[in-house]
Design a protein around this ligand. Sequence first.
Ligand SMILES: [Zn+2]
Length: 269
Amino acid sequence: MPEGDTVWRSAHHLHEALAGRVLTSTEFRVPKFATVELAGETVQEVVSRGKHLLVRTESHSVHSHLRMEGSWHLYRPETMRRGRIRRPAHTIRAILRTDEWIAVGFDLGIVEVLPLAAEDTAVGHLGPDPLDPDFDRDLALANLGNEPDVPVFVALLDQRKVAGFGNEYANELCYLARLDPRTPAGDAPLGPILDRGVKLIRANRDRVERTFTGTTRPGQMTWVFGREHRPCRRCGTTIREISLGRTPTQERRVYWCPTCQPAFGGRDR
Ligand SMILES: [Zn+2]
């Protein structure tokens, strides 16, 4: 699942391939932007902001969000001509062509073309991003704690507080903190949790496979995420799973070990 680390890596690869190159043609296969054409504009840079990806030209920003299944791939023009793409053509949402490389966005949850000056309408709400070299830890920590009654799991997922942690990070960070994910944020050791999250997402940024356990062996990369009904790697207790979110539409799957992550204060809530 794309989280901040995956999106950073995608942005990095796109930047290496496209920055400084002139767009020869573009396609946006979403109704609102179907007639937009950026040919002639030069890609200045490609950056990530949390889980959002921005391809900037002199005057526009192509904003995309990968959601659950999205991805950007790079192809050589001859590969595209032969139709050798790695995903079904009907899932293509955006194509950015240059003479050397063609970037194809598949299954993008969001794709929109904004005037550069309006980029903040898409990403201005985001909290500090741990993968930003200017990451503001103090602000991130204050944001995480500014709603003390919200479950810590929900706070970690809130992109307005910290941008980049998704469902895997929120679950694994609660496990690593030995904390029930439903613990109110105000009762959680937010500083150490944040610091561990920052360290993990920075380490995972440069890996092909995201891992929380230190191993990249298949099926062994998480402590609790996706491991419902299986034994805890540490104590053998069966991993539990429920849904949790600020609202029903924001609910995400929560996984935890009831032994390693007891209810806050030992109370059964
Ligand atoms: Zn356990």
